[in-house]
Design a protein around this ligand. Structure first.
Ligand SMILES: Nc1ncnc2c1ncn2[C@@H]1O[C@H](COP(=O)(O)OP(=O)(O)OP(=O)(O)O)[C@@H](O)[C@H]1O
Length: 249
C-alpha cells in the first residue's frame, strides 16, 4: 500500500508552558488537496511549524511519505503567510531562492524555474522587483518558488489572505487549474470556508487551542471546478455544515 504523503498521529505541542496542540491526527494522501480551517490562534501555523522543523513537538508520530521527520533536509516546501518575497532581490532571484537554500547552484535553479514562468503568469517579469508586481503576481511568485523545490508536500499558510476579494477569487480559480495540471500534494491553511470547499478534496476543522481535529469533511465535487460551483445547492449545504462545525468547534 502506498504511504500517505503526510501522516500526523497523536501530536502534542506545548509553547511557553501553553498546550497548543493535543492529540492531533491528520493525513494527506499523495496528490490530495487538504485544507485546515480553524479559529484564530487554534494552532494551525504551529502544526505547520512542526512540519518545517521550526517547532519541536512534545510527542507524536509525524511522517512524510512514510519517513519520520528528524534532522536532515526538510521534505516539505512551505509558503509562509506573509513577507514571502525579499524586496531587494529581483523576481527571478526570489524564485530561485528556495532551491538555492537547498543547495542548488543559482544557474541550475534558474533552469528549473524558467519553464514555470509562463504557467504562473510571470513571463517577462523576471527582472522586476516584488514591489513592481501586483498582489496576485507576488503570491504566484511565492507559490512558484515553493513548488519549484519539488518536495513531496506543499504547505500553504493563508496564501490569499491579504488579497482583495476579486484578486482572491481569481487566484482561487487559477490555483484550482494549476492543481489539476500538476496534482501537488497540498495542505492549505485558510480562514475562508468557501475557499476551502472550492479547492479541497478534504477539509479538517480544528478545535480552539489546543488544536485537535474537531471534524473532517470530504468534498467530492467533480473537477475541474469553476465559479459555477458556488451556485450549486450542494455547495451551499456543505458550506452551512462547515460553518456549523466551526461554530461548534
Ligand atoms: N512561542 C510561543 N510561545 C507561547 N505561545 C505561543 C508561541 N507561538 C504561538 N503561541 C500561541 O499558540 C497559539 C497558536 O498559534 P498559531 O499561530 O499556531 O495559531 P493559528 O491557528 O495559526 O492562528 P491564526 O489563524 O490567527 O494564524 C496562539 O494562542 C499563540 O498565541
Amino acid at each position: 500500500m502506498t504511504q500517505p504523503a503526510l501522516s500526523i498521529k497523536d501530536l502534542d505541542v506545548t509553547l511557553g508552558g501553553l498546550p497548543v496542540v493535543r492529540g492531533l491526527d491528520l493525513h494527506a494522501r499523495a496528490g490530495e488537496f487538504v485544507s485546515i480551517l480553524g479559529p484564530s490562534g487554534s494552532g494551525k501555523s504551529t502544526t505547520f511549524g512542526v512540519l518545517t522543523g521550526e517547532v519541536s513537538a512534545d510527542r507524536g508520530d509525524v511522517r512524510i511519505t512514510g519517513d519520520a521527520l528528524h534532522g536532515g533536509r526538510s521534505r516539505v516546501a512551505y509558503m509562509p503567510q506573509r513577507d514571502a518575497l525579499l524586496p531587494w532581490r529581483t523576481v527571478l532571484n526570489n524564485l530561485t531562492l528556495g532551491l538555492e537554500v537547498r543547495g542548488t547552484k543559482r544557474a541550475a535553479a534558474r533552469e528549473k524555474v524558467r519553464p514555470l514562468l509562463e504557467p504562473f503568469g510571470l513571463e517577462g517579469f523576471e527582472n522586476r522587483y516584488p514591489a513592481q508586481l501586483s498582489g496576485g503576481m507576488r503570491q504566484r511568485a511565492a507559490l512558484l518558488r515553493t513548488v519549484a523545490q519539488e518536495q513531496p508536500l506543499l504547505l500553504l499558510d493563508e496564501p490569499f489572505g491579504a488579497l482583495d476579494a476579486l484578486t482572491r477569487s481569481q487566484m482561487q480559480g487559477w490555483l484550482e487549474n494549476m492543481w489539476e495540471k500538476y496534482r501537488w500534494t497540498v495542505v492549505l491553511i485558510t480562514h475562508d470556508v468557501r475557499e476551502a470547499l472550492f479547492l479541497s478534496d478534504r477539509v479538517y476543522v480544528f478545535s480552539p487551542r489546543p488544536a485537535r481535529v474537531a471534524a473532517e469533511i470530504v468534498v467530492d465535487f467533480p473537477r475541474p471546478r469553476t465559479q459555477a460551483l458556488f451556485a450549486d445547492p450542494r455547495f451551499a449545504a456543505l458550506e452551512a455544515e462547515l460553518l456549523q462545525q466551526l461554530t461548534r468547534a
